[in-house]
Ligand binder design. Structure first.
Ligand code: SF4
Length: 418
């Protein structure tokens, strides 16, 4: 494919420490985004791969074109499982200088992978293997001297694998129910850090740009969790007093993630006062559980922040923690650590695309929506809420790369592989 992607496929073998590059021919054979990366996953299936990729429009002027993804092995079924890379992580994947990356094998000691400008380094992570996700992000950014580095990481390497862990995107949650973090632990892979200044071309840049702007004009800016669904709207009202601002992912005119300040007044605009004033709320299912159990919003934020730092799967933790444990606690992180060590919970079974929107698994609608989202690189929530039919986004593919894709051709490619 001559447009929309640049760079090779990198195959990073953690066992030998070697990095190979080859032409990403799967793009031409299977089409962009999810299907070509699924083909790579299948090729390296025996080596327990973690495959990182992006969609056709990721990082372009198409609204909400923020989406990248990680494919990893479902810990129980050995099937492939997909985790979205939103916020700014997916865009950095697109500009990293690689069209896709496959990380195979297991390292003998903790390492992290640094992807930047067409270079892939495997670096020692022994000195921060026990760090939490927030410190890991700070350490890697400081080492690289760049605050825009995107860090996908897992919590402390502490041998307590009986409780589901969840990979983070920088300081915030990635919607990983446990499979990506479990893969990272198996591989001794502490983190993947990504940054790039690459460029991509469209086949017809002027028409592509003006069509993108038309899409942008047609969608109504909205914000808050209410964008997710009716259940999320109820949580939105509950945490409203703590909302400081709403944040969106790259290029999205909607902003569904509230930043909640619970250590200082939400009305305070300065970012100078309290060092860690609150959290970005990236999933509502856990918060809903905490609300139902009788936590107040500030207590719930404390629990979720501890999960984010420790890289714990928040729904699993929320299902076993009780308000009394927090009321009696002087250090929520330590309390949460103890609770996860004392409880044995398996990673929740999941379909290829875990349904983090409504929580209902195996819905045909969610499957089709995600196939489109991970092919196009456009956020599935935006695809639902924009009011624009998905087929219209597919029609941009000709302008982007001189090949027309539609749901039928995408389904045919994916169905060849599953
Ligand atoms: S709808 Fe929410 S998750 Fe989707 S791109 Fe916009 S801000 Fe990100």
């Amino acid at each position: 494919m001559d447009y929309m992607y640049s760079g090779d496929l990198a195959i990073i073998d953690l066992e030998s420490g070697e990095v190979d590059f080859r032409e990403f021919t799967e793009l031409d054979d299977y089409g962009p985004g999810f299907s070509s990366c699924l083909a790579v996953f299948k090729e390296y299936e025996e080596s327990d791969p973690v495959v990182i990729g992006s969609g056709l429009f990721t990082g372009t002027t198409v609204p909400a074109s923020c989406l990248g993804f990680v494919l990893a092995k479902d810990s129980d079924s050995d099937r492939v499982f997909t985790v979205p890379l939103n916020l700014y992580a997916g865009v950095e994947v697109k500009f990293s200088g690689f069209s896709a990356v496959a990380i195979i094998g297991n390292a003998s000691s903790p390492v992290y992978v640094w992807l930047h400008d067409g270079v892939a380094d495997v670096l020692d992570a022994s000195n921060f293997a026990s760090s939490d996700t927030w410190n890991t992000t700070d350490l890697i950014r400081s080492e690289m001297g760049d605050r825009l580095v995107q860090v996908i990481s897992c919590g402390p390497f502490d041998n307590s694998h009986q409780f589901p862990k969840s990979a983070s995107i920088n300081y915030w949650g990635s919607l990983d129910p446990g499979h990506v973090a479990a893969s990272f632990f198996r591989k001794n892979l502490k983190a993947v850090a990504i940054r790039g200044l690459g460029m991509i071309d469209a086949a017809d840049p002027d028409a592509f740009f003006s069509s993108s702007l038309e899409f942008l004009k047609r969608c109504k800016p909205e914000n808050g969790f209410a964008l997710w669904n009716e259940q999320a709207a109820k949580i939105d009202e509950w945490v409203m007093p703590l909302v400081h601002r709403y944040r969106s992912c790259y290029g999205c005119p909607m902003a569904c993630f509230p930043f909640l300040k619970y250590r200082e007044q939400p009305s305070v605009l300065s970012s100078e006062g309290v060092e860690e004033p609150g959290i970005l709320l990236t999933a509502y299912h856990a918060l809903k559980l905490l609300k139902e159990k009788g936590f107040n919003p500030k207590e719930a934020m404390g629990v979720l922040e501890a999960c984010l730092k420790m890289g714990l799967e928040a729904i699993a933790l929320s299902s076993v923690i009780e308000p009394d444990a927090i009321k009696a606690s002087e250090n929520i992180v330590e309390t949460v650590k103890t609770i996860q060590k004392e409880n044995r919970i398996a990673i929740a079974p999941s379909a290829m695309f875990a349904n983090w929107y409504s929580g209902e698994e195996n819905s045909a609608f969610w499957e089709t929506l995600n196939r489109a989202a991970y092919t196009l690189g456009i956020c599935p929530i935006f695809l639902i809420k924009s009011g624009i039919d998905i087929s219209e986004f597919y029609r941009l593919s000709g302008l982007a790369c001189q090949t027309d894709f539609d749901q039928e051709s995408v389904d045919a490619s994916i169905n060849r592989l599953i």
